[in-house]
Design a protein around this ligand. Structure first.
Ligand code: GLN
Length: 450
């Protein structure tokens, strides 16, 4: 009995009674047991559960969940000591919808602590290894979600993307990663990092699966006031395979200094294939791109400093008692948060403090608007370039080695340059594999972990 790698393949096999949902889940659990010791994608593996009977495109499909999604039947740690042992009393809406649609859950996936990072080296528990080359990082912050799909330790997983945390690890691990439009998927039950940027989205092997998983969890949710009041739809109906006449914007600011020649070559080759298939390539400009990193690291840290204030040792997870209340707060936070999280809380608190608010935070919000306007102009048919989509590299280089960037936070932050503007503008983004980089040593035929 072979279990297909894709969501649509598994759902079809179950429907046609080629295998049962329990057999599909058992197949993945066995793979996790056999290979995850080397990959490190999972923080918690579920006991076998019975899948729902709803007739849906995800019925019986086993899925992995990033460990910042609240699950009523498993711990939710955000890969942080401060949440060790925390069990939420409810499911995140995205999780609840998939559960109601009959999906099976395999486990909770490793990540950078509180989703802060680009390499998964910030997990408080263990690193995740890139299945294509175990000496390299899988990207972050949803490193476990990306590596699990790449190593076939789950046919699809959920991650979250605040500044690239779905798209960048998807590109490092050679899988598909979709960040939906802000507001498309409810954030209820997603542990907040930067609430105006966070979105939940799927990691899959192909675009069809991304559409299927998104369709099963999208749609308005009264529990999230920022969720868009747009009805859920079946996104697979858009998969026509036809790109004739599609206007693809190529922003010149994304193909300049710092882009690895191997990545550029792969992207250009993919664009040429699109042109061959009938699309038009249109050079465009997104002039405020150079400010995106500065804006993001002000807005995201400001929101994080306020969101993470709730972890005080009283309500959730870890408590390190120290006499009275305030010393207990201090000790719990000092011991519970890792270095990167503390750095972000301090940066965010600083830029929100009186005297600096106008100089940093308010200024960042103004430039954020300019970044949004760059995109509006590019999509505008009357006054702008009128493109339908914009194509860019996901990351300036392929997966790097452990320790290569972790000593210098700024270098790590700079590698987010191609992904964060979409979050600042609220736009959807998808990372699709378009090749390997032989020059940088990873033209491997199949993931090493099996
Ligand atoms: N790498 C970015 C950061 O560290 C993005 C993280 C994310 O999207 N959660 O903030």
């Amino acid at each position: 009995m072979t279990i297909p790698r894709t969501v649509h393949g598994i759902a079809e096999g179950i429907r046609k009674k080629q295998f049962t949902a329990d057999e599909a889940a058992a197949f993945y659990r066995a793979r996790i047991e056999q290979h995850d010791g080397r990959v490190g994608a999972y923080l918690h593996v579920y006991e076998p559960m019975s899948s729902g009977s709803a007739d849906s495109p995800v019925r019986g499909v086993p899925l992995g969940l990033k460990d910042l999604l609240a699950t009523k039947d498993a711990p939710t740690t955000c890969a942080s000591r401060i949440l060790e042992g925390y069990r939420p009393p409810y499911d995140a809406t995205a999780v609840a919808r998939l559960r109601a649609a009959g999906a099976n859950f395999l486990g909770k996936l490793n990540m950078d602590e509180f989703a802060m990072g680009s390499s998964n080296e910030n997990s408080a528990f263990k690193p995740v290894h890139n299945p294509w080359d175990l000496s390299r990082v899988p990207g972050g912050s949803s490193g476990g979600s990306a590596a699990a799909v790449a190593a076939n330790l789950a046919p699809a997983t959920l991650g979250s993307d605040t500044g690239g945390s779905i798209r960048q690890p998807a590109s490092f691990c050679g899988v598909t990663g979709l960040k939906p439009t802000y507001g498309r998927v409810s954030r209820y039950g997603l542990v907040a990092f930067a609430s105006s940027l966070d979105q939940i989205g799927p990691f899959t092997h192909d675009a069809r699966d991304a559409a299927i998983v998104l369709s099963a969890m999208a749609g308005h949710d009264p529990m999230d006031s920022t969720s868009a009041s747009v009805a859920a739809e079946d996104f697979t109906t858009h998969l026509t395979g036809d790109v004739k006449g599609l206007r693809i914007g190529i922003p010149r600011e994304y193909f300049g200094k710092g882009l690895s020649p191997a990545v550029e070559a792969a992207v250009r080759k993919a664009l040429a294939a699109m042109e061959e298939a009938g699309a038009h390539l249109v050079e465009i400009s997104l002039p405020h791109t150079e400010h995106a990193i500065a804006v993001y690291y002000l807005v995201a840290t400001a929101e994080a400093s306020s969101n993470l204030a709730r972890f005080d040792g009283i309500r959730y997870g870890l408590r390190v008692p120290d006499g009275s209340l305030v010393p207990t707060y201090k000790k719990t936070r000092a011991e519970g948060f890792g270095r990167e999280v503390k750095r972000r809380i301090m940066l965010g608190t600083y830029c929100l403090s009186s005297g600096y608010y106008d100089a940093y935070y308010r200024k960042a919000l103004e430039v954020r608007t300019l970044i949004q306007r760059d995109f509006l102009a590019a999509f505008d048919r009357d006054k702008g370039a009128g493109v339908d989509i914009i194509a860019t590299p996901t990351s300036p280089a392929v997966a790097f080695g452990f320790g290569e960037k972790s000593a210098d936070p700024l270098t790590m932050y700079l590698s987010d340059i191609y992904t964060i503007s979409a979050n600042l503008a609220g736009l959807p983004g998808i990372s699709i594999p378009c090749g390997f980089s032989a020059a940088e040593g990873s033209s491997l035929p199949s993931p090493k972990a099996g």
